[in-house]
Design a binder for this molecule. Structure first.
Ligand SMILES: Nc1ncnc2c1ncn2[C@@H]1O[C@H](COP(=O)(O)OP(=O)(O)OP(=O)(O)O)[C@@H](O)[C@H]1O
Ligand SMILES: [Mg+2]
Length: 512
């Protein structure tokens, strides 16, 4: 039989089958059709050991909304299908600027989960839409797996697909930087290039911070189990130019979170602060820079005391109330306790996966309530550039790992305090020559100058201190002198004024 004959035969068989099916449909009652279909399915299931699940693209009423499961599967398959499938579709992904690849229709890819093999196929049905004349395409994904693995696939595997898809979406998403003006957030795209790899600091310390962040982002189950809100507070402190802001951007880039830069000075009161914080979604980093400047920390405590005093006075004299209220509105600023209570309290119940980062140049100025454990979980000090950090910068800026000048630089870095921002400035590309020697020499000069300045400053400080000490020694002698005069005054008060007055005039006369 030639292939041509074979096709002719096949054609006629299909035609007869279709004819038989049409006759069957026309003459057999509906109930009988249904039960035949049901039993044939059972027979098929008995011999066919695979289970199929279909995920339609359109779901919901009248099929107008796109199913979330379908979208998630599409995202999940985009990584494996782009390596295995032969026919792919490309599109610009939502909220992203890169191309997203997905399987084309009628393609199949295999996947493996805990040693179990399963298959994903994409397909589409074409039907006439009920309200329009045009044809409607209904896309779907079909998952096929052996029925023995039913529990595993329906339980853990589908969960895994959804989670993985979510994580991929976050990774591909363009991050945003939100800032507040009054009680509203506005955003721009976050395009800060800072990465942990390019931040110069002690490598061990850097690794510890990165591990901490990653453990946090994967810690949903842990936080759930121990009954804690899924949030974490970081306090970054150190002198200006040591990379605090850069590290926050690096955190956002590492975890794929959005940044919410909260400017406390433009928030009127605690109510507005609550409103702003309530709008912050999951997977975000709330940043409050220079916490010591944005909240008058010492002032707040005074206000509290004043309030207590006012309350006590009010108890004594209730008529004073209106005046007191006036005072309150005047001082109704964001308070530290308002901020902390809200962060600690109910707000944590409204979602999770949020980091709160405070920065300051002066950790010693901070209120102990803020620094206390449990409030800010991790304190990170970013300090002056030492040799380990410098090596990172040299590798990054000059692409060198060693140089004869490194020895001298190492010594100087221990003696002079220079922030990484200034060190980096010396390592910036020079237009005259590409030789790293020039950059390193410039750095050495800068460090020598910084060292000299530090020496002069220390000397000046020592001088001032010595002067103060000297004053302190002088002061007691004056006080002693006063004490000697005191009995005379006491006498005056006791009524023997005349005698002393006379003596005073006498003295006055002699001196003039
Ligand atoms: N540790 C570092 N590693 C690499 N570059 C750094 C580091 N610290 C600072 N820089 C560079 O210096 C610049 C200023 O740093 P950044 O704004 O992060 O400092 P900061 O600690 O936030 O300072 P401030 O306290 O003044 O806000 C950045 O653009 C960055 O390139
Ligand atoms: Mg900063």
């Amino acid at each position: 039989m030639t292939p041509k004959d074979m096709f002719a035969n096949l054609g006629s068989i299909i035609a007869s089958l279709m004819f038989a099916w049409a006759m069957f449909k026309q003459y057999f009652p509906y109930q009988l059709q249904m039960s035949i279909e049901k039993y044939s399915q059972r027979v098929l299931l008995f011999v066919y050991p695979y289970i199929q699940i279909r995920f339609n693209e359109l779901s919901g009423e009248r099929f107008f909304s796109r199913s979330q499961a379908y979208t998630a599967i599409q995202t999940y398959l985009s990584s494996s299908s782009s390596t295995h499938a032969k026919k792919l579709k490309a599109d610009i992904a939502k909220n992203s600027q890169s191309l997203a690849l997905s399987m084309d229709d009628h393609e199949e890819v295999a996947d493996e989960f805990q040693g179990v093999k399963l298959w994903w196929a994409s397909g589409k049905d074409i039907s006439k839409s009920p309200s329009f004349w045009n044809l409607e395409e209904k896309r779907y994904y079909k998952l096929t797996f052996h029925k023995r693995h039913r529990d595993l696939i329906l339980g853990s595997y589908l969960d895994h697909v959804l989670k993985e898809a979510k994580a991929m979406e976050v990774r591909n998403r363009q991050r945003k930087l939100y800032t507040n003006s009054g009680t509203n957030w506005s955003h721009v795209m976050l395009k800060h290039p800072a990465k942990f790899e390019t931040i110069a600091m002690d490598p061990e310390k850097k690794k510890e911070i990165m591990d901490d962040l990653i453990a946090f982002s994967k810690g949903e189950e842990f936080y759930e189990r121990v009954g804690r809100a899924w949030k974490r507070g970081y306090l970054l402190y150190g002198p200006p130019g040591t990379g605090k802001s850069s590290m926050i951007a690096a955190m956002a880039n590492l975890l794929g979170y959005d940044l919410y830069d909260l400017e406390l000075t433009s928030v009127k009161n605690n109510t507005d602060l609550r409103k702003l914080l309530m709008e912050v979604p999951n997977k975000s980093i709330i940043v409050i820079e220079d916490i010591d400047c944005s909240l008058d920390l010492t002032g707040q405590r005074k206000t509290k005391k004043k309030k207590e005093k006012d309350e006590a006075e009010e108890k004594k004299d209730p008529k004073q109330k209106p005046e007191k209220e006036e005072k309150e509105t005047e001082a109704s600023q964001v308070t530290l306790s308002g901020l902390l209570n809200f962060i600690d309290g109910l707000w944590s119940a409204s979602g999770g996966e949020r980091l709160i980062v405070f920065t300051t140049n002066y950790v010693e100025k901070l209120d102990p309530a803020l620094v206390r454990g449990g409030r800010m979980d991790k304190h990170i000090e970013l300090s002056y550039c030492r040799f380990e950090a410098f090596k990172g910068l040299a590798k990054n800026y000059l692409q060198i790992e060693s140089h004869p000048l490194f020895g001298r630089i190492r010594e100087l870095l221990e003696e002079a305090n220079m922030c990484p921002a200034d060190v980096a400035e010396h390592l910036m590309p020079k237009p005259t020559s590409g030789d790293p020697k020039f950059s390193l020499e410039s750095l050495i000069k800068g460090l020598e100058k910084a060292k000299e300045e530090a020496r002069l400053k220390a000397e000046e400080e020592a001088r001032l201190k010595a002067e103060e000490e000297a004053k302190k020694i002088e002061q007691p002698t004056k006080e002693e002198a006063k004490k000697v005069e005191q009995p005379a005054k006491a006498v005056t008060e006791n009524g023997e004024a005349k005698l002393l007055d006379a003596r005073a005039t006498e003295n006055g006369n002699t001196s003039s």
